[in-house]
Design a protein around this ligand. Structure first.
Ligand code: NAP
Length: 522
C-alpha cells in the first residue's frame, strides 16, 4: 500500500498512528493511506520561515519566475501519469483531470512570465512617490515587501493540482515560503506533484513544504508575519478565522468558500442564437465537468419566462444523454463525486432543493456504466426547475457541491433578476448572456458588487470565452460574503496578500536611491 509522507523541515516524514485512507471513488478500493500524527509542525513552520524565507528574499522576481517555470514544466512533463492518478483518486474523467493539471502548469507558467516582467527587483512600489513637505525633499513612497513568515495553504478536495499550484505561484513569486496542505481524500495528485517539484531541484530548502493529511496543530504555531490562504467550506473557513491565536496575532487569512453562482439569460436572447448556445453550453459544462464539483460551477440558472420551457427541455435532453460511470472509459462525461461523504451531502442537498423546485432530470433508478453493481460514489446529473422565483429560499443559500443546478423562471427585467441573484449572498462568479448593452450595463452595476468576477457572455466573445467555470490567472478569483470575502490571483494583485505594504517617509533622493522610482512614460 502506498503511504503518503509529508515534506517538512527539508525532509520526507512519515506520520505514525492510525492512518486515513484515500480511496478510488469509482470502485471504493483503497489507493493509499496517510497520517501526520507525530509530525513536528512547530519545527516545520520555523524551518520554512527561516531557511525558505531568507532564500526566497535573496532572489529577484526574475529568478523566482524561472523557478516557477521549472515547476510548471515538471507538471507538464508528467501530465499523463498525473492524469492517471486523478482518475484513480479523484474520480476525474480524463478531461476533468486535464482541466486541473493543465490549470496548475498554466498558472505557474503565467506567474513565471510575470516574474520575468518584474525583472531584477526584489520589492514592488505601490504607486508614485508623494510630496509630503513644503518642498519635494520630504517624500513618501508606498512599497510592498515580502512578509517574514510562512504562507500556509489549505486546499479543497476538488483541485489537488491547481489549488496547490495557483496559491504557491503567488506566494513564491512574492518571496514567501509555503506550507501546502491538500484535502486528505484526494491528496495523491498533490503528493506526486510535490515529489516532482523536489526532483526538479529548483526550490531552495524550506521554500515549499507539504502536509499529507490532517494539519494537526500547524495553525497554532502561526504568528503576525504568517498568512493563511484557505479554500474549502464556509464552516471550516469560519472555524479557522475564530482561532484565538490567529485573532490575537492578526494573522492575515484569505478565505475562498462556497458560492451559489448564477447564470442569467438576457430577455433579448432568442433560442438557437449564438449567445443562447453559449449560455446552454456553459450551463451544461458546469453541471457535468468534474461531476459539478467546482466552486465556480453555475448553481442557479435564471431565464425569462418565455424561454423557460425551451431551456429546460434542451438541457434535460443533453443531461439524459450524458454518460455517467467509470471515468476511465471513453464516452463517460460524469464520474463519481470524490468521497462517500460527498455523495451523502450531495444527495441530501438535492432532497432539500426538491422541496421547493421540481426535479426534471436525475430522479429514479440509475446505473453508472462500467462499475460493479452498488459500487462508487455516483450521483446522476440533476436538473431542478422552479416556475416562479417567489417561494425559493434554499436554492439561494444551500450549495449542492455536485452535478446539480436549478433553473428559475423570472420576469427577465434587470432589476428583478439582479434582486434574485443577490439572494445568493455573494459569489465567486456569475455569468450574464446578452447582446443588449443596456441589459448588460444594468447587470454589471447591479450584481457586480456581489461578485468577484462577472462573465458577460455575448456573440462577440462566444468563440473565445472558456466560460465562468474556468479561473484565469490574469483576473481575480474570490468573492464577497458567502464566497468567503477572499481574493487570489489577478496578475500582480495576487502577490499583495503575501506582501506588507509599508509607507516609507523621508528624503526623496535617499528613498529613490534605495527603493527606486516608478518609470514614467513620455
Ligand atoms: P472542507 O471540508 O472545508 O476542507 C477544506 C480543507 O480544509 C481540507 O484541506 C481540510 O483538510 C481542511 N480542514 C478541515 N478542517 C480543518 C481545520 N480545522 N483546520 C485546518 N484545516 C482544516 O472543504 P472540502 O469538502 O474539501 O471542499 C468543498 C468546499 O470547498 C465546497 O463548499 C466548495 O464550494 C469549496 N470550494 C471553494 C473554492 C473557492 O475557490 N472558493 C474552491 C474549491 C472548493 P482534510 O481534508 O484533511 O479534512
Amino acid at each position: 500500500m502506498l503511504i503518503l509522507e509529508s515534506f517538512v523541515g527539508g525532509e520526507w516524514v512519515r506520520g505514525s498512528g492510525s492512518p486515513q485512507a484515500l480511496v478510488n471513488p469509482t470502485t471504493e478500493e483503497k489507493v493509499a493511506e496517510t497520517s501526520t500524527v507525530g509530525v513536528d509542525f512547530a519545527r516545520a513552520v520555523q524551518f520554512a520561515r527561516v531557511e525558505g524565507g531568507a532564500a526566497l528574499r535573496a532572489m529577484t522576481f526574475a529568478e523566482r519566475g524561472e523557478m516557477l517555470r521549472t515547476l510548471s514544466r515538471a507538471i507538464h512533463k508528467n501530465r499523463d501519469a498525473l492524469i492517471e492518478l486523478a482518475i484513480a483518486n479523484g474520480g476525474n474523467t480524463r478531461s476533468d483531470a486535464k482541466f486541473d493539471i493543465d490549470g496548475a502548469s498554466g498558472t505557474l507558467a503565467f506567474y513565471a512570465e510575470l516574474g520575468k516582467e518584474l525583472g531584477a527587483q526584489k520589492h514592488l512600489l505601490d504607486g508614485d512617490g508623494i510630496q509630503l513637505g513644503r518642498s519635494p525633499r520630504f517624500w513618501g513612497q508606498h512599497v510592498f515587501l515580502p512578509r517574514r513568515g510562512v504562507a500556509v495553504h489549505i486546499n479543497a478536495f476538488n483541485f489537488p493540482a491547481w489549488g496547490l499550484a495557483e496559491k504557491a505561484a503567488c506566494a513564491l513569486l512574492a518571496g514567501m515560503p509555503v506550507i501546502s496542505k491538500p484535502a486528505t481524500s484526494t491528496a495523491l495528485v498533490s503528493f506526486q506533484i510535490m515529489k516532482l517539484f523536489n526532483e526538479a531541484n529548483c526550490l531552495p530548502r524550506g521554500a515549499l513544504s507539504f502536509v499529507a493529511g490532517s494539519p494537526g496543530d500547524l495553525l497554532s504555531h502561526l504568528g503576525g508575519q504568517d498568512v493563511i490562504a484557505f479554500t474549502g467550506s464556509s464552516d471550516t473557513g469560519s472555524a479557522i478565522r475564530l482561532m484565538p491565536n490567529l485573532q490575537k496575532a492578526s494573522v492575515r487569512i484569505n478565505v475562498e468558500a462556497d458560492s451559489l453562482n448564477a447564470a442569467v439569460l438576457g430577455p433579448d436572447v432568442s433560442q438557437g442564437s449564438e449567445t443562447y448556445r453559449l449560455f446552454l453550453n456553459d450551463v451544461y459544462r458546469d453541471m457535468t465537468q468534474k461531476a459539478g464539483q467546482k466552486c465556480t460551477a453555475i448553481r442557479r440558472v435564471f431565464v425569462p419566462q418565455d424561454q423557460f420551457e425551451n431551456v429546460r427541455d434542451e438541457l434535460a435532453e443533453r443531461l439524459r444523454d450524458t454518460g455517467v460511470g467509470d471515468p476511465s472509459l471513453d464516452g463517460i462525461v460524469v464520474g463519481p463525486v470524490a468521497t462517500a461523504q460527498q455523495k451523502r451531502d450531495v444527495t441530501a442537498g438535492i432532497e432539500l432543493l426538491a422541496k421547493e423546485a421540481a426535479i426534471v432530470v436525475g430522479s429514479g433508478p440509475f446505473e453508472p456504466k462500467g462499475v460493479p453493481t452498488g459500487k462508487g460514489y455516483f450521483v446522476p446529473p440533476t436538473l431542478l426547475a422552479a416556475q416562479s422565483a417567489d417561494q425559493l429560499a434554499r436554492v439561494h443559500d444551500h450549495e449542492v457541491f455536485g452535478p446539480c443546478s436549478t433553473l428559475i423562471s423570472t420576469s427577465g427585467k434587470a432589476a428583478d433578476v439582479a434582486a434574485q441573484v443577490a439572494k445568493g449572498g455573494g459569489g465567486l462568479v456569475s455569468s450574464v448572456y446578452t447582446d443588449d448593452r443596456d441589459f448588460a450595463a444594468d447587470m454589471i452595476f447591479e450584481i457586480g458588487p456581489w461578485h468577484g468576477r462577472l462573465v458577460m457572455g455575448s456573440e462577440k466573445i462566444a468563440d473565445q470565452t472558456p466560460g465562468p467555470g474556468t479561473v484565469l490567472p490574469h483576473t481575480i478569483h474570490g468573492g464577497p460574503g458567502r464566497a468567503g470575502g477572499g481574493e487570489e490571483l489577478g496578475g500582480s494583485r495576487g502577490l499583495l496578500f503575501y506582501s506588507q505594504r509599508t509607507a516609507v517617509q523621508g528624503s526623496r533622493p535617499i528613498l529613490e536611491a534605495i527603493l527606486g522610482k516608478k518609470e514614467t512614460k513620455g
